[in-house]
Write a protein that binds this ligand. Structure first.
Ligand code: A2P
Length: 283
């Protein structure tokens, strides 16, 4: 598995298994077990996914040594502010059944972000998380918050796929060696992406499925990707992208698919309120 070195020196596997929207209980447990059996060593969950306990059980039952698996979780909005953030991480660790996570993120850039970040810096110093980062920060939001932070995030996890390549953000992050983690790297199953002629042409040439071409493109372009699937064949296939390479001309062809537009707009009015309303982690 290819790894990427973060700006704090820690290493992260380039492909992680995302569990957003996989229902808690059996479905998450089974998907994570399948992913670990298929060779994934990086799992991405969050308090607001409501499935940390199932991820933790699957990791434990896999019998794979803890230090061989990179585990990410995220702090939800209701736990922002300094004290609440510390408790939020402790709750996640308890649910996961772990002493530490490898990466802990501020899931959304609203509310008392600066004090929550201070709590994450302390949690890192205390060994409760090895790396810390943020999520859903657009270039504008990044520029608003980063000057308030003492240490830089290791990653910014955002929506990113061939139709929405986040070029401006990537340039900004690269200046500080901050890595972009792509959520919904397959466009969330968008059929106009998966059946795009450029992608189907390359799928045919390399004898791969469309998802594998997209993920190969993203990883070859320096991204950390978090594909999600509940289908065992696709779970395994999405990791099987390291034995072929796209040519530079093909990379350029894929870069040209960028429309600069995604589905989720973190700057949209009312988005923080909508998220708080829709994901109540303490109820
Ligand atoms: P399934 O669970 O049936 O595999 P994203 O990670 O961008 O959110 O995309 C997830 C969606 O893409 C899911 O609906 C998943 O469906 C589907 N998917 C996952 N891997 C592939 C693949 N290799 N090819 C096509 N669709 C995929």
């Amino acid at each position: 598995m290819q790894t990427i070195t973060l700006n704090d020196g820690n290493k992260i596997p380039a492909v992680g298994f995302g569990v957003f929207l996989i229902p808690a209980g059996g479905p998450t447990y089974d998907a994570v077990r399948t992913a670990l059996d298929a060779g994934y060593r990086h799992i991405d969950t969050a308090a607001a996914y409501f499935n940390e306990a199932d991820v933790g059980r699957a990791v434990k039952d896999s019998g794979i040594p803890r230090e061989e698996i990179f585990i990410t979780s995220k702090l939800w909005l209701q736990d922002y502010g300094y004290e609440a953030a510390g408790k939020g991480l402790d709750t996640s660790l308890e649910k996961l059944g772990l002493d530490y996570v490898d990466l802990y993120l501020l899931h959304q850039p609203y509310g008392d972000v600066a004090d929550a970040w201070r709590a994450l810096e302390e949690a890192k110093a205390a060994g409760k998380t090895r790396s810390i980062g943020v999520s859903n920060m657009t270039p504008k939001i990044w520029k608003q918050f980063i000057p308030q932070f003492k240490t830089l995030p290791a990653v910014n996890q955002v929506e990113c796929n061939p139709f929405f390549q986040q070029r401006e953000l990537r340039e900004l992050l690269a200046r500080d060696d901050v890595k972009l983690e792509a959520y919904q790297p397959l466009g969330h199953g968008d059929s106009s992406l998966l059946s795009h002629p450029v992608i189907t042409k390359l799928a045919k040439k390399y004898g791969r499925n469309a998802g594998q071409i997209i993920l190969r493109f993203e990883v070859q372009d320096g991204l950390i990707v978090l594909p999600k699937s509940t289908n065992p064949e696709r779970i395994a296939g999405n990791l099987d992208i390291f034995d072929f390479a796209l040519t530079e001309a093909e990379m350029e062809e894929l870069r040209a698919l960028d429309t600069g537009k995604g589905h989720h707009d973190p700057e949209a009015p009312g988005v923080a309120e909508m998220l708080l309303q829709n994901y109540k982690i303490h109820d």
